[in-house]
Design a protein around this ligand. Structure first.
Ligand code: ADP
Length: 432
């Protein structure tokens, strides 16, 4: 699995020239020997002629050797013209130019940072040490075709890169071109992360759907079999089935909302909406749940209009999720405060802040950074018991982001949780 031996590398084509000179000398020697043998030339003259031919044949080789040693003394490769090195250095991705033995001619700063073991004039495979990469290099040389390999870097973090080896003709000092290889690295880590997230998401969504589905089909079997004539059991089972079907419908609803918001994430809503009646409508709608949980919703909203550039349906969804969570998970506190204030962001941008605060058990600090991940729950059993899907806060975050706002989550265990959605204040005609 080794690369071509360095003796046949781009750097040492001169043994070929030497071989040519040797052939010339051999032929000349034989011809002179024949002439001497037939008495056409004296041995002395033949030797003199041979010496002249030998000198003439070896001159180019000597000349080249002198040039090569000058280059060696400077540590510069013959093909490293200013243009070539400038192109390699200017490439945004890590890039390395190799000779056809796999020795490094030039590498840019990104490549040196990625693989510090890569050194000029040293074989790349010693630095990269991957059989897959060595094979790609060897095949690229042998076939003059592009080859790809995977390069994994684990320090300081896991990085997954695609390495592309492209044969390139590079001009030499003596005219003509020589086959070199341009090795570039493309960081595929973000793509891979997205792919992993997508796979996780599909797995989670399937799992979430399968659970109520399994319950439904189990109850259907029971109702068709052992509980066929049991009216009391049928009533109870139908109630459970209804709850499971509602859960499935809610999950699908949340999934669709999430994908809709994601699709339009890059388009900021531009309709001016008054946020006050939206919050009031949500709070009023959740009053029955508040009564059921024995929680008082304390609403502190201005009497005047507060306009933001927003999507009414999405804002309804956002506040519904935040207030409903406060009622479900913070019910033990007995009170939920919903308030709206105006303030300046850290960057000096005027913001509208809607705060939903409960006085329930709160959330442990280690969970806070992950709360807006899809399907992340502090307590899966509790969330399911409350009819949760684990998608609510993820949806909230996406809606806030689409509105170019911020979501702040603060909590102290046993003292409740505060979720604040901040939106840039809309510029109205009066300039306020
Ligand atoms: P779910 O559908 O489970 O409610 P969410 O994304 O809305 O999903 O919330 C994720 C998790 O965050 C919940 O399962 C719950 O554990 C926790 N959580 C959300 N809001 C609160 C709150 N006000 N108090 C305590 N925990 C909360």
């Amino acid at each position: 699995m080794a690369l071509e031996a360095p003796s046949t590398s781009f750097y040492s084509p001169w043994p070929d020239r030497l071989r040519h000179s040797a052939i010339v000398l051999l032929v000349a020697g034989l011809a002179l020997a024949v002439l001497v043998a037939f008495g056409e030339l004296s041995p002395l003259r033949a030797t003199a002629v041979f010496a002249c031919i030998a000198a003439a044949a070896l001159v180019p080789w000597r000349l080249h050797n002198a040039a090569a040693s000058r280059e060696d003394a400077r540590g510069v490769n013959p093909v490293e013209t200013a243009a070539v090195s400038a192109v390699v250095a200017g490439m945004p991705d890590p890039a390395v130019l190799l000779d056809r033995a796999g020795r490094v001619i030039h590498l840019n700063a990104a490549a040196a940072q990625l693989a510090p073991a890569l050194r000029r004039n040293e074989l790349a495979q010693f630095a990269l040490r991957s059989p897959e990469i060595v094979t790609a290099l060897r095949e690229a040389i042998a076939t003059s075709e592009t080859r790809r390999a995977t390069y994994l870097d684990h320090v300081p973090v896991d990085r997954w890169m695609e390495l592309v080896v492209t044969p390139v003709p590079v001009p030499t000092l003596f005219g003509g071109t020589d086959k070199c290889m341009l090795m570039t690295f493309h960081d595929l880590t973000p793509l891979r992360r997205v792919e992993e997230m997508r796979a996780d998401f599909v797995a989670n969504a399937s799992h979430e759907l399968r659970t109520p589905l399994a319950a439904l089909s189990g109850f259907i079997d029971t109702l068709q079999g052992p509980a066929k004539d049991d009216a009391k059991a049928r009533e109870r089972f139908l109630g459970i089935m209804h709850a499971q079907a509602t859960r499935m419908a809610r999950l699908i609803d949340d999934l669709l909302s999430l994908s809709r918001v994601e699709l339009s994430a890059h388009v900021r809503p531009d309709t001016l909406v008054d946020i006050v009646p939206i919050i009031r409508q949500v709070a009023d709608g959740l009053e029955p749940l508040a009564r059921e949980r024995q929680v008082v919703i304390d609403i502190d909203l201005p009497e005047t209009q507060v306009a933001i550039a927003g999507d009414r349906e999405e804002l309804l969804r956002l506040f519904e999720n935040l207030i409903e969570n406060a009622l479900k998970y913070g019910a033990s506190g007995g009170k939920v405060i919903v308030s709206l204030t105006s303030a300046m962001s850290g960057e000096g941008v005027p913001e509208v802040r809607v705060m939903v605060r409960d006085f329930g058990p709160g959330i442990a600090p280690e969970h806070l950074p992950r709360l807006t991940e899809r399907f992340y729950r502090v307590d899966v059993g509790d969330s399911r018991a409350q009819g949760g899907t684990g998608l609510g806060l993820s949806l909230v975050k996406h809606i806030v982001n689409r509105h170019r706002g911020r979501l702040l989550i603060e909590s102290v265990l046993k003292h409740g949780a505060t979720f604040t959605a901040c939106f840039p204040q809309a510029k109205t005609a009066s300039g306020t």
